[in-house]
Ligand binder design. Structure first.
Ligand SMILES: *Cc1c(COP(=O)(O)O)cnc(C)c1O
Length: 373
């Protein structure tokens, strides 16, 4: 008799009655746009980071606004690892600037500074370290490099909500830090994102840009008091967060301290099981500091392993196809990145989310250990 196969999802949102209740409250109040719940969510994030926070509707928007607000324009260059979600590249290119793809460190998949150093030109304006799977890599080195060359640092911390670096929370220090709250990130607001920085002028500009660059008292806008006499001096966007999204985010933030411990426990279990097979290469990270977004392994016969796992109902993914291999970005820069390309041929992400059970992790490990010989 065929056993019924339950799909083990690669990633998912984890939503409880608390989110449902607060969203329902917002719906019943019939003010769905950017209002007091967005303000409340921003306040709670400000308490968390001890810094100014602006909430927006996606992580991509957080990056795009940051790049615009630091003044990137046509022909400027941003150093960034190629191994990232394509949102990072699109956000840079949205300003007319060009993403200069860099290699990653093969043990952590964070930007390889030695490679970045070779690619700096007179047009380089910023560097974006992507905190791959929550790991910020060596941020001190990146900030020293940026200081030496007068570059802005826009951290793509989409994976790194809750991670620390030398015991300091990512987002609580440094230049500009962008988070994503899309459905599968460490916390979600449905879709959503946030910009965290201490640069007051920059943050004021971000607040204008997220709402069509209308130069009016933005605090009033939380109350729905729309100005009927707007003035606009630059290109802006409709990138603000809604009350519905903020309601989800507020509850997710409350649950996060407990949840992140559970995620670390799952990752410990993955390491303890998979480490016994030398053909499975695992990323290096200190999980006393890193809250992981993904669990990535490297194996030789990756496509075969993925196919068999799929037959067991285990979903897997590939994070990511390097951006320098994508048609659009190739037009701007067609150089090869051998380390990144080799990594791309072997990586595979296996399930990691808050509703994954330890039994499921054991089942996944058992299948992988059996397949990788
Ligand atoms: C998710 C993600 C983004 C974009 O965030 P969205 O909220 O999906 O727009 C950017 N960079 C990385 C590395 C991401 O994983």
């Amino acid at each position: 008799m065929a056993e019924e196969l339950k799909t083990i999802r690669l990633a998912k949102s984890s939503i409880g009655s608390e989110e449902i209740e607060l969203v329902t409250k917002v719906l019943k109040e019939e003010y769905l746009g950017m209002g007091k719940y967005v303000q409340m969510f921003e306040k709670e994030l400000e308490n968390y980071f001890r810094r100014r926070v602006v909430a927006v509707n996606t992580g991509t928007a957080a990056l795009h606004l940051s790049y615009q607000a630091i003044g990137l324009r046509e022909g400027d260059e941003v150093l960034v690892q190629s191994l990232t979600y394509l949102a990072t590249f699109q956000a840079i290119h949205a300003t007319g600037a060009i993403a200069i793809p860099c290699e990653v460190n093969k043990n952590t998949f964070t930007i390889d500074l030695n490679d970045a150093k070779k690619k700096i030109t007179g047009r380089t304006k910023a560097i974006t370290p992507v905190h791959y799977s929550g790991n910020p890599g060596n941020l001190d080195d990146i900030y020293n490099f940026a200081n030496d060359h007068n570059l802005r640092v826009v951290e793509d911390a989409a994976h790194a909500f809750g991670s620390t670096y030398k015991e300091r929370l990512i987002g609580s220090f440094g230049d500009i830090c962008c988070f994503s709250f899309d459905g599968i990130k460490n916390i979600t607001s449905g879709e959503g994102g946030a910009i965290v920085s201490n640069d007051e002028l920059f943050m004021e500009r971000i607040k204008n840009l997220r709402l069509l660059a209308v130069n009016k008292d933005t605090v009033k806008r939380y109350n729905g008091a729309r100005s009927w006499d707007p003035e606009v001096e630059e290109q802006g966007w409709r990138y603000h967060m809604s009350n519905i999204m903020a309601a989800i985010g507020i509850e997710q933030l409350r649950k996060f301290p407990e949840r992140k411990e559970y995620k670390k426990k799952l990752v410990d279990l993955y390491y303890s099981r998979l480490r016994e097979n030398p053909k499975i290469v695992l990323l290096e990270a200190d999980y006393n500091e890193v809250v992981p977004h993904l669990f990535v392994i490297r194996v030789n016969e990756r496509d075969f392993v993925r196919e068999v796992l799929q037959n067991y109902g285990i979903q897997t993914g590939i994070h990511y196809k390097p951006n320098h291999l994508l048609e659009y970005f190739k037009r701007f820069n067609s150089q090869k990145l051998p380390v990144t390309e080799e990594i791309y041929s072997e990586i595979m992400s296996i399930p990691l989310h808050y509703d994954l059970s330890t039994e499921e992790v054991c089942f996944i490990c058992e299948k992988i250990l059996y397949l990788v010989k």
